[in-house]
Design a protein around this ligand. Structure first.
Ligand code: JIL
Length: 277
């Protein structure tokens, strides 16, 4: 696609996000049935289990974890916040960065109660679920910044906002495929964020399979580039990542609630350029 065409399709995607509604988005995806902690086959417990295992199996370490495209959610860093002493959250929209700030400042007015998530991750860690306030304190302590990000820029975050050596680990959930007009744009975005990672660092990626749209609020239909597992792995291989593990969740019928046409979710753990370690 010509340069002008690429710019136009990315600008059109950015325009879709101007009506994104964090509260509605959280309601659609982060409440039952998709976030039902009493059900083994609910999506959110599956994602939290993947993240817990990936962060605690011994090969992931360092100082700095960066979450790319945090949206208005924290679940994706509730395991990583125990491993890293510094955590940077990022999002494209100020409205999402505000939502993150509201919870971090613990001043009330948040759109979602994260307590059941904190309790569940405590249990995954072998702790009592009543230890959730300590986990909330830990998460609030390690978050050092909430930055604007644009994965379509060759430099997705402001220069000097990360150490020159890069992040030790990146996590990104449901972002790249939801902001890329097509597969080449998805692959380019992957390359852009890969430059934020130190050699041998790790990338944890959660994304939607077979999704062509989702609702980011009432009537806010946002296009998504439909991906299958092979395309995800090919894009990551092209970008120089080494696959450590790929896990796939297929949505049961009652998890298809009309807010998107996603058929599956993938969790992928990768190691960046250079030796894994
Ligand atoms: N250029 C950009 N660079 C970086 N971030 C950007 C950019 N543009 C927008 N953003 C930022 O990226 C966005 C991230 S939210 C994207 C939602 N992804 C789709 C949605 C998610 C979801 C969740 C759960 C489940 N499930 O089955 O449980 C399924 C699904 C599938 N549907 C948003 O925060 C925006 O602010």
């Amino acid at each position: 696609m010509e340069e002008k065409g690429k710019e136009n399709s990315i600008a059109a995607m950015a325009a879709c996000y101007q009506k994104f509604d964090p509260a509605a988005y959280l309601q659609y995806n982060y409440t039952p049935p998709r976030a039902d902690f009493t059900r083994k086959d609910s999506i959110v417990p599956w994602k939290l289990a993947c993240l817990h295992r990936a962060f605690t199996e011994g090969d992931v370490s360092g100082e700095l974890l960066v979450d790319i495209g945090s949206g208005p959610t924290f679940y994706q860093v509730m395991s990583g916040c125990e491993v890293f002493n510094k955590l940077i959250l990022t999002d494209f929209l100020e409205i999402n960065r505000q939502e993150l700030r509201r919870w971090l400042q613990d001043e009330g007015g948040c759109s979602l109660d994260w307590t059941p998530y904190l309790e569940h991750v405590c249990k995954l860690e072998g702790r009592r679920s009543s230890a959730w306030p300590e986990k909330a304190t830990r998460l609030r302590q390690v978050v050092s910044d909430i930055l604007p990000v644009d994965v379509h820029c060759s430099q997705p975050v402001a220069p000097d906002s990360l150490p020159s050596t890069g992040a030790d680990c990146l996590v990104s959930c449901f972002c790249l495929e939801s902001v890329s007009p097509d597969l080449p744009a998805f692959t380019r975005a992957l390359g852009h964020i890969g430059k934020l990672l130190r050699p041998g660092g790790h990338l944890m990626l959660i994304g939607a399979l077979g999704e062509s749209y989702y609702f980011g609020g009432p009537g806010v239909r946002i296009p998504v580039v439909p991906l299958n597992e092979a395309q995800v792995c090919e894009s990551l291989r092209e970008t120089g990542y080494t696959l450590i593990r790929l896990e796939v969740y297929t949505l049961p019928q009652d998890m298809r609630v009309g807010v998107d046409d996603v058929t599956g979710v993938f969790f992928a753990k990768f190691c960046g350029l250079g030796s894994c370690g």
